[in-house]
Design a protein around this ligand. Structure first.
Ligand code: ADP
Length: 405
């Protein structure tokens, strides 16, 4: 079964065409700077001779309709990794950031579903409108194919009230649905399943702490395959220290800054989302640059890493308490998969919780799943490559099968 996965941003379209039963990517790419004079599309595909090829298309792309049309033309060209006929693409899977508390699972798109996603726009004003645009355009370009929406928030809809409620007046929850939602759900769910397969045990029996450490970073406590707590909140700003986002801060800091610096809501939002995190602490947001600075003796970068790792460590402790027993920690995403130093610092001193990393294993990097804990570590520590697009394709297929009964 061939499934196209689409992730639409405000000026970009990311896509992957999967032969989902064989976990094979036929073609993929990114269309960027849509609406700007110099738009660019990078298309990757496997040629008939089995070699990986890349194609770059430059020129003004006016809007998402034209952008997706350009992509579809490539995907209908067998010489470019595409299919011979549009009908071979069974379905389109869309990433949608915020599903509020309306969506617990991948969902087939109809007009009511679109209205429900629109209703979640106040919760994700930057993301949901772009995601919706992708759905609308794909419905026009693929009138015969079912569209399925897969939400970043859905996996965390199993959180119990004690984990998702903030201790604010309950009326605010009733009125605005202000609560913890959590994000990166597709990634947390994917790596939890991969970890269970690696450990050779049913996911239903396992208690896992999953750590998605990328530009955005979040952790989840996963009991028997169900998320029971996660670090992000109403928005992806809460929890861990990130590239440019603060993660948790005392809410009074905002009141203090509003009073003393006369900062507006928009200025506070920009401060917390774009000028904080690693960037705020040491001037660079990319973990590779933080590590380069540390190697060059930069004390601020050293402190930034310490704050970053300490926050993770605190949540490992918190989620150990939430889960009662932990079988494995699962590191993933750009930093989680590629930065041994961060994994080492985050787990340092946790032997009392049964967590011990083998420094030799930690330094190696292999594709797929890798075990980096010592032989006698009670809690296994794994590094798992995430693959959110594959998970969206798999969930899209499952949604179709469910419909077919
Ligand atoms: P996102 O998908 O959230 O944009 P990624 O999962 O691609 O982010 O992760 C990006 C982060 O991963 C960046 O901070 C980058 O510095 C970090 N990263 C990637 N490779 C390495 C590496 N070899 N060492 C340290 N950090 C890395």
């Amino acid at each position: 079964m061939k499934i196209l996965v689409v992730n639409c941003g405000s000026s970009s379209i990311k896509y992957k065409l999967f032969d989902v039963d064989h976990r094979r990517v036929m073609a993929s790419g990114l269309s960027e700077k849509i609406g700007e004079p110099a738009s660019v599309l990078n298309h990757h595909y496997t040629a008939a001779d089995g070699k990986d090829q890349k194609l770059v298309l430059e020129g003004h792309v006016t809007d998402h309709h034209q952008g997706l049309k350009q992509i579809v033309d490539l995907l209908l060209d067998p010489q470019k990794g595409g299919v011979g006929d549009q009908s071979e693409i069974t379905a389109i899977g869309h990433r949608v950031v915020h599903g509020g508390d309306s969506f617990h699972a991948p969902t087939l798109v109809d007009d009511d579903v679109i209205a429900d996603i629109e209703a979640c726009i106040p919760l994700a004003p930057l993301h949901n409108p772009a995601n919706l645009m992708g759905i609308q355009v794909a419905r026009k370009l693929f009138p015969g194919a079912p569209q399925v929406v897969v939400f970043d928030t859905a996996f965390h809809q199993t959180l119990p009230p004690e984990a998702f409620l903030y201790a604010l007046p309950y009326a605010l929850y009733d009125k605005y649905k202000i609560r913890r939602y959590g994000f990166h759900g597709t990634s947390h769910a994917f790596v939890a399943e991969e970890a269970a397969a690696f450990l050779g045990r049913p996911l239903a029996e396992l208690n896992l702490i999953t750590l998605h450490l990328g530009n955005g970073a979040s952790m989840a406590a996963v009991a028997g395959g169900r998320s029971i707590d996660t670090t992000m909140g109403l928005t992806p700003l809460a929890g861990l220290v990130m590239g440019t986002r603060s993660g948790d801060v005392d809410p009074s800091v905002l009141v203090f800054l509003a009073q003393h610096e006369k900062m507006s809501a928009a200025a506070l939002d920009a401060l917390l989302n774009h000028k904080s995190g690693l960037q705020g602490l040491c001037g660079v947001n990319d973990m590779r640059e933080v590590i380069d600075k540390i190697e060059a003796g930069d004390q601020r970068a050293e402190t930034a890493l310490a704050v970053f790792a300490y926050r993770i460590k605190q949540y490992i402790g918190a989620y150990t308490a939430s889960l009662g027993r932990v079988d494995a920690l699962v590191f993933t995403a750009g930093i989680g998969e590629n930065a041994p130093l961060v994994r080492e610092r985050a787990c340092q001193g946790l032997e009392g919780l049964g967590i011990a990393i083998d420094s030799r294993r930690n330094a190696r990097r292999a594709e797929g799943v890798q075990e980096i804990s010592t032989a006698d570590s009670r809690v296994k520590v794994l590094v798992v490559s995430t693959n959110e697009e594959l998970r969206i394709a798999q969930e899209t297929k499952q949604a179709l099968e469910k419909r077919a009964g």
